[in-house]
Design a protein around this ligand. Structure first.
Ligand code: NAD
Length: 269
């Protein structure tokens, strides 16, 4: 028996097979999920996302720019149409919802935070934080009770990480939104949590100036002395998706080899 037998999931944020979203989708499938659907930006769909979806037997692949409310609504219209159920609304047809996406202008992930433009700040907040609210709001009409929503965050939300800049501020908003959504939706049986992952080599990470050096140094100082993989993150995602975490909501769960517990990260001589 799989931990997620019979559960249906929708995953936002696959760009390619290095994406954290893909690691999670694959693990949900491997642990027995009955269906894993996908939503990503349109230009990635045919070349990147559809073949990955097909490799785990899925053909639910819907375009969405999370800055556009109508796009978000269309994804859940399509999900409801695919799972009409008795009411014809798709109610209760989604058990697991994964938000694994973020964006900031490259120039805002370099240099000094104080130089962040008004537009750059708004863009990072819109795509990386507000999108969770917009997606969950539309998802309510199909989410089951119980169900599990999760998003991806990073330690730069709490402490200053050089060059992470406006994305750190957006992740702080994302983590706070996670708590407010968890409080709003708990009585409907919907849990909402964030996974704070250590550095993983992905497309998004390559946009953060100095990521390579940070990635290299990470395994020398993290208590568990290794880098983080998409499979490591996916393991915790499976737990959060499963009934094993049924009383966990509003939390930020670290998958970072213990890095966040260090006061002064130091390489042992
Ligand atoms: P990735 O590049 O594989 O995924 C980022 C995704 O965001 C892409 O699929 C991209 O298309 C999507 N996206 C960007 N703008 C969008 C928009 N307007 N509408 C819809 N989708 C949009 O990189 P990843 O590292 O797997 O990122 C997934 C999540 O994990 C992000 O929230 C990221 O901040 C978080 N995270 C990453 C790391 C890391 O080191 N890679 C660490 C902690 C948290």
């Amino acid at each position: 028996m799989g931990l997620l037998d019979g559960k249906r999931a929708l995953v936002f944020g696959v760009a390619n097979d290095h994406s954290i979203a893909w690691g999670i989708a694959k693990a949900l499938h491997d642990h027995g999920a009955a269906e894993v659907g996908f939503s990503s930006v349109e230009m990635l769909l045919e070349k990147r996302v559809r073949p990955l979806a097909a490799s785990i037997g899925s053909d639910f692949v819907e375009p969405c720019d999370v800055r556009v409310d109508a796009d978000v609504a269309r994804v859940f219209d399509a999900w409801a149409a695919r799972h009409p159920g008795e009411s014809g609304t798709g109610a209760g047809s989604l058990d697991i919802l994964v938000h694994a996406l973020a964006f900031a202008n490259r120039e805002d992930l370099d240099g000094k935070f104080v130089e962040t433009s008004r537009d750059g700040f708004a863009l990072a907040m819109d795509v990386s934080a507000y999108s969770l609210v917009a997606i969950v709001r539309e998802a309510r009409r199909v989410l089951a009770s119980p169900s599990s929503v999760m998003c991806l965050t990073y330690y730069g939300a709490e402490k200053v990480v050089q060059h992470y800049n406006v994305m750190g501020v957006a992740k702080a908003a994302l983590e706070a939104s996670t708590r407010y959504l968890a409080a709003d939706l708990g009585s409907s049986g919907v849990r909402v949590n964030a996974i704070s992952a250590g550095p993983v080599r992905t497309l998004a990470a390559s946009g953060v100036s100095g990521f390579k050096q940070m990635y290299g140094a990470f395994r020398d100082v993290a208590p568990l002395r290794s880098n983080i993989t998409i499979e490591d993150v996916a393991g915790t995602a499976v737990w959060l998706a499963s009934d094993l975490s049924r009383q966990v909501t509003g939390e930020t769960v670290y998958v970072d080899g213990g890095f966040n517990i260090l006061g002064v990260p130091t390489v042992e001589g």
